[in-house]
Design a protein around this ligand. Sequence first.
Ligand SMILES: Cc1cc2nc3c(=O)[nH]c(=O)nc-3n(C[C@H](O)[C@H](O)[C@H](O)COP(=O)(O)O)c2cc1C
Length: 183
Amino acid sequence: MQKILVLNGSPRKDSVSATLCDSFISPVQGDEIKTYNAYKMNAKPCIGCGWCGKNKGCCFDDMDEFMSYFEQADYFIISTPVYNSGVPAPLKAIVDRFQRYYALRFDHGVKPAVAKHKKAALIIAAGSKGEGKDEIKAMFERQFTVLNTSLESVVFFDSTDSRLPDESAHNFVAEEGESFFNS
Ligand SMILES: Cc1cc2nc3c(=O)[nH]c(=O)nc-3n(C[C@H](O)[C@H](O)[C@H](O)COP(=O)(O)O)c2cc1C
């Protein structure tokens, strides 16, 4: 059975990025899907203490369950709104907490730092036309180089200040998901 880890980054109940993410994973049947929301997780921000460079893991244990799912996952799906050309602060806190794997790779010499390869997808919603996609994509692509993870699909839905995704947009995203999970 394939394992899918979903991380939603929006605080909003009817979040555009999270509902598009639902469409993206809708073709998946019978696989194990574990979904987290960054705001509910309330992860402690990395404090740059260097603990992960001297030891393995993190001085905080609040992310251990999530990281265990991450290590076992075959797919990593992240959905996020654009906030000031980046991701919302709770999601950024989680991104920074992956530092334990950077330390594993470069301080402890573990290669690959994450044993199981993952295929990743990014679903981004922006209020304005064209904003934030390149910055967010670049951040994850760079980080994924030490996470044995390859970003293989990016869904970008912009201009939400003046429109919402309709049925055909959701169908399009579901088709993207179909080819992502089946290729
Ligand atoms: C604090 C904040 C900052 C935002 N910054 C940007 C921005 O820099 N560029 C942009 O296009 N939209 C920005 N937006 C708009 C959101 O990206 C947009 O409403 C998005 O569709 C929300 O997605 P969601 O429904 O998944 O939460 C911002 C919204 C908030 C609340």
